[in-house]
Design a protein around this ligand. Structure first.
Ligand SMILES: [Zn+2]
Length: 272
């Protein structure tokens, strides 16, 4: 398996910037195009917020690689930032949480709840990783954010401003690929059942809490990779589906990645 430490994305197309450090002092590295750095706006992709959702990290690294090696997007470099690994300590320890035992995707301010089922931290922004991500978003003010998770097999849009982004990503899929995902768009009849409440998630903060100085808010889509690569997403996943995935990942990670790359890369390109 590819280790994140071995990856480097260098100029001319991507530069890198340190946006902070994890609890255990590992670097949080943003890869970005010159157009992304030149002005507010653009698209920010985030992977590995849950450290054990390893496919999200490797998919973003392979997407970066493809952009650097001749994908058509190269011809018109997008304003694009990529944070492949938002929780490096969790990735190393193969845990959902950071080294403090906090679920970073419950540590954002909007809707934060001490009663969250997953450990939310002592207060909003208690963790260095969530603060670094907050500060990166506040300083860059991306127009679109896609945060990758594994593996509910869905596109989940928070806030009404996020619907066009979710639809663009959905429309990039072939009918066969769509069968692997479910589309969940706030305030739309396409939601069934209604979106689950994730108190203190990045999606809640960007979708409902965060406003830039000009009053606008970023569009945000949570892209949950599919739980399987060949059969339609069932209406509800069995409670033990994550355990099943972890076993399957150990056995056949490469085959899983190769099978999902097509659909995920199409959606990422549509979000650029
Ligand atoms: Zn996740």
């Amino acid at each position: 398996m590819q280790s994140p430490g071995r990856i480097s994305c260098n100029p001319p197309f991507f530069a890198t910037r340190l946006i902070g450090h994890s609890q255990e002092n590992r670097p949080l590295i943003l890869h970005y195009t010159p157009r992304f750095a030149a002005a507010p706006g653009g698209t920010l992709f985030i992977g590995g917020m849950h450290g054990d959702e390893r496919a999200t990290v490797l998919i973003l690294l392979s997407f970066l690689d493809r952009l650097r090696h001749g994908d058509r997007v190269d011809l018109t470099p997008p304003a694009l930032g990529v944070l492949p690994l938002a929780n490096p300590d969790g990735y190393l320890h193969n845990t959902r949480t950071n080294a403090h035992g906090v679920d970073l995707n419950r540590n954002f301010e909007t809707g934060w709840s001490a009663a969250s089922t997953e450990p939310p931290g002592g207060c909003p922004w208690s963790e260095p990783e969530s603060r670094a991500l907050r500060d990166c978003i506040l300083s860059q003010r991306p127009e679109r954010i896609v945060t990758l998770h594994w593996a509910l097999g869905e596109l989940d849009a928070d806030g009404p401003q996020s619907t066009p982004l979710a639809m663009a990503m959905w429309n990039a899929l072939s009918p066969n690929q769509r069968a692997l995902y479910r589309l969940r768009v706030s305030g739309s009849r396409q939601v069934s059942p209604p979106p689950a409440v994730c108190p203190g998630s990045l999606g809640q903060w960007c979708g409902e809490g965060l406003r830039y100085p000009d009053g606008s808010a970023p569009a945000i889509v949570t892209l949950e990779l599919p739980h399987a690569t060949h059969c339609p997403r069932p209406p509800s996943l069995p409670a033990d589906h994550l355990d099943y995935l972890r076993i399957a990942w150990k056995r056949d990670a490469r085959a899983y990645l190769e099978a999902v790359e097509g659909s995920v890369h199409s959606m990422l390109r549509a979000a650029c």
